[in-house]
Design a binder for this molecule. Sequence first.
Ligand SMILES: CCCCCCCCCCCCCCCC(=O)SCCNC(=O)CCNC(=O)[C@H](O)C(C)(C)COP(=O)(O)OP(=O)(O)OC[C@H]1O[C@@H](n2cnc3c(N)ncnc32)[C@H](O)[C@@H]1OP(=O)(O)O
Length: 228
Amino acid sequence: FTHSRSSPSCSSSVQLWTLPLPFLSKPRDFSVPNSSWGPEMMRLYEHYNSQCEVEMEGGGKREGLWRKLPSYNRILKYATGGVYLSKIIQSKARLFTRNIREPGAAFEYVLFANSEEQKCVGIFQAGHLLEGPPGHVHGGAIATMIDTVTGTHASMLSGPVMTANLNINYRSPIPLGSTVLLESCLDKKEGRKIIITCKVMSTDGSKVHTETTALFLSINVCHLLERA
Ligand SMILES: CCCCCCCCCCCCCCCC(=O)SCCNC(=O)CCNC(=O)[C@H](O)C(C)(C)COP(=O)(O)OP(=O)(O)OC[C@H]1O[C@@H](n2cnc3c(N)ncnc32)[C@H](O)[C@@H]1OP(=O)(O)O
């Protein structure tokens, strides 16, 4: 893949969006267990991870219904950068959810996708730096979790997207340090619009913390980069 400063070479947004995938050096996947993950985080991780591969009768394995999505601390860092991307590559930009080095201090999370059911789930453990009301998670941090799961889901369905609207109903507060399960479902796709619903729930499913409808719009990444 090559590209130059001018935008015509960047006319295929899908082509650019796939840039982070063929890495030159293997990037670190942050969505794997670390010592800060509590028992609930581990339990849910193992629950979905065990459904990524299914054992067959003959002893072999085949792909399961779920797929674990890797998560890096940058989106474009590993692209083969030409002049066109240099401003971004040289910057110190980091993905908002992956910019605290101390394990467990902020967002610990892992996402799984089920393409057959057009579903995505996120398992999040909210660390002490995410406090809002005393002892509970900040509403903006909760919105970030929702945006991460629904935004990833929308981009899996439609390529590059931007969040146009997040309509969140906060039903019950999330205790700091706890683990929550986010379930994202495709509602509908209409042209460039992708509408996704998402629930944040306690890990046993007994409590709904938030309910969200999210609107994403497919974009041409080149237009975004030209503004950077
Ligand atoms: C393989 C996959 C791997 C995945 C690996 C991904 C890794 C990634 C992980 C990170 C995942 C985190 C995901 C974060 C995602 C952000 O955080 S994005 C940052 C926050 N969002 C923004 O900053 C967006 C700012 N807004 C904009 O840039 C522009 O308004 C938009 C959203 C691009 C839309 O602009 P536009 O393309 O010019 O569209 P426009 O013509 O205005 O509207 C088109 C249609 O949408 C409607 N519309 C537009 N906005 C709205 C709105 N707010 N409400 C209702 N309708 C609207 C219009 O009415 C119009 O409708 P129709 O008339 O066609 O029926």
